[in-house]
Design a protein around this ligand. Structure first.
Ligand code: DCP
Ligand code: MG
Length: 366
């Protein structure tokens, strides 16, 4: 039986909240992220308004590059409390439309309306109501894709942003997909697309015209999954369980590259303190610590350590300072990733920009 799935995705979420609260920013390039410091800033863009995207700006772009392309933009630091409140309000509205609701991150959600709507006309009416309700009570626009599968609904919601409603019906979705770039398919990013391009697969239509056996020969199981997605045959169900938070993380970017290990470790300790406060406040236990480190050329490394037993009462900072094993997981990373390069290029050219993320995994249910 054909399902009726909606994928709802807020438009330029963080930027939209700021524009809502500051009408003078409307129709302007608004960029949320690190301080650009007149082009000398570190860190990246979280998101930006559609006007800013016209200058080639996008999430994840170094803020220094953004400033070069759009020096007249309105650059704002993120206000996560505000975004979290808006997200909760939006999710509460979405969840009222079906018991089959799955939240993804802070600005996306799937709804399965198969049991509540008879046809696409009815689903579209619901989509319009959702848009209106969110706009009236939260002041944000949301784009909605409607399709027989989750993956197709996700592709659809991205087709008419902002504030669009896009329908992929069983009888027409292949015709709508065929001329689209393969990067529209979840699972094909900028890096993987290169492998597909090498085999002459550039448009979704090229995948549709390839037998599944050939996709498996060329790209293994990943090729099979992609083929199933574009043919509307992946039958993933919505995970309707309440979203369980499974990590806490903090990260900071140094204003200047540095190879001063005492500075790096003091910053790390500061992050540990912040994490520890949150851990206690929320009464979380954890088993895994992950350290993320980013060098000046944006190469990023992570190292993790998982403990046998869940931990809460032990101070993380003590653990880093005193637990030999924990220290070993920090130090080899620095030696390993800096070592050979350091000798070749000289220590001064190396350094850590974005410091580290300590993710404390596996929230336990007690
Ligand atoms: N985000 C972030 N860093 C990223 C990507 C996203 O901080 N690299 C944050 C900011 C976004 C929010 O998550 O506002 C939602 O991410 P989306 O990918 O859905 O992007 P937007 O909602 O901003 O834009 P779009 O209109 O394309 O959905
Ligand atoms: Mg979004």
């Amino acid at each position: 039986m054909n399902r009726l799935i909606l994928h709802c995705d807020l438009d330029c979420f963080f930027a939209a909240v700021e524009i809502r609260d500051n009408p003078q920013f409307r129709r302007k390039p608004v960029i949320i992220g690190a301080d650009p410091r007149e082009g000398k800033g570190r860190g990246v863009i979280s998101t930006c308004s559609y006007e800013a995207r016209k200058f080639g700006l996008h999430s994840g772009m170094p803020i220094s590059q953004a400033y070069l392309r759009c020096p007249h933009g309105i650059y704002l630091r993120p206000n996560f409390k505000k975004y979290s409140k808006a997200s909760k309000q939006v999710m509460e509205i979405l969840s009222r439309y079906s018991k089959d609701f799955q939240q993804i991150g802070n600005d996306e959600g799937y709804l399965d309306l198969t049991d509540t709507c008879l046809n696409y006309k009815e689903v579209k009416e619901n989509a319009k109501k959702i848009q209106m309700e969110i706009f009236e009570s939260v002041g944000l626009t949301i784009s909605i894709g409607i399709a027989p599968t989750k993956s197709l609904a996700k592709i659809a919601s991205d087709c008419n942003k902002p504030n669009g409603i896009t329908l992929f019906k069983p009888e027409n979705f292949k015709a709508l997909l065929k001329d689209m770039e393969i990067t529209r398919v979840p699972g094909i990013g900028k890096k993987t697309k290169v492998h597909f391009y090498k085999k002459g697969i550039k448009k979704i239509g090229d995948i549709l015209n390839t037998p599944v056996s050939k996709m498996v020969n060329l790209f293994g199981e990943h090729g099979r999954n992609i083929w199933y997605i574009v043919n509307g045959l992946d039958n993933n169900k919505l995970c309707t369980n309440k979203r369980i938070r499974n990590s806490i993380s903090k990260e900071r970017t140094f204003i200047k590259d540095t190879n001063d290990f005492s500075l790096i470790f003091s910053k790390l300790n500061k992050l540990n303190e912040l994490i520890n406060i949150e851990l206690k406040k929320r009464n979380f236990f954890f088993r895994t610590i992950t350290l993320k480190i980013r060098f000046e050329n944006y190469s990023t490394y992570t190292r993790s350590k998982t403990f046998y037993n869940p931990i809460q009462d032990k101070n993380i900072q003590d653990m880093i300072d005193n637990d030999a094993e924990a220290c070993i997981f920090v130090c080899p990373m620095c030696q390993e990733t800096m070592g050979s390069k350091v000798q070749r290029k000289g220590l001064k050219s190396y350094l850590l920009s974005d410091l580290c993320r300590i993710a404390l995994g596996e929230e336990l249910d007690y």
